[in-house]
Write a protein that binds this ligand. Sequence first.
Ligand code: 5CA
Length: 162
Amino acid sequence: MNEKLSPSAQKVQNALLEVGLHVQVLELPASTRTAAEAAQAIGCDVGQIVKSLIFKTKRTGRPVLVTASGANRVDEKEIERLIGEPLGRADPDFVREQTGFAIGGVPPVGHSQKIDTFVDADLLQYKEVWAAAGTPLAVFCLTPQDLVRITGGTVARIARSS
Ligand code: 5CA
């Protein structure tokens, strides 16, 4: 068990407890920086990995969080349709400023501010999913229903059909 989490992972652990989600943040010995690495380290399906992707709206410059299944590419046009504004990709500094976390460890909750969130409908097919918890080594497991609840996110079909 984790004796002491790194500060970023502890921040996520605290945020989870604050929203009443009693799950343990795990710091793994292997990288979980990408969805594929995380699935390998955890031993789960890549589709069960929650990618927490930050986009930046082009007009108003605000962050939008898309929590997507690790198996999917996000259809940005669909997100643009849902928010009624064009999107640009956020650069690493923007991600850190807006969430308080660096790319590779961005969690779905525990950000420095409330961020409008969409949850990939494809995540709902799984009993459990795994999300980043603040660092490229930290993850936690939750149900997709809890993911929707703690993010206050809108469930949407956001997978790109290729
Ligand atoms: N810990 C893993 C699994 S939970 C993780 O955080 N994966 S992730 O997919 O949510 O985060 C990595 C994502 O960050 C990439 O899919 C990509 O969308 C984004 N990213 C990576 N490099 C950059 C970059 N230079 N600029 C903007 N976004 C980036």
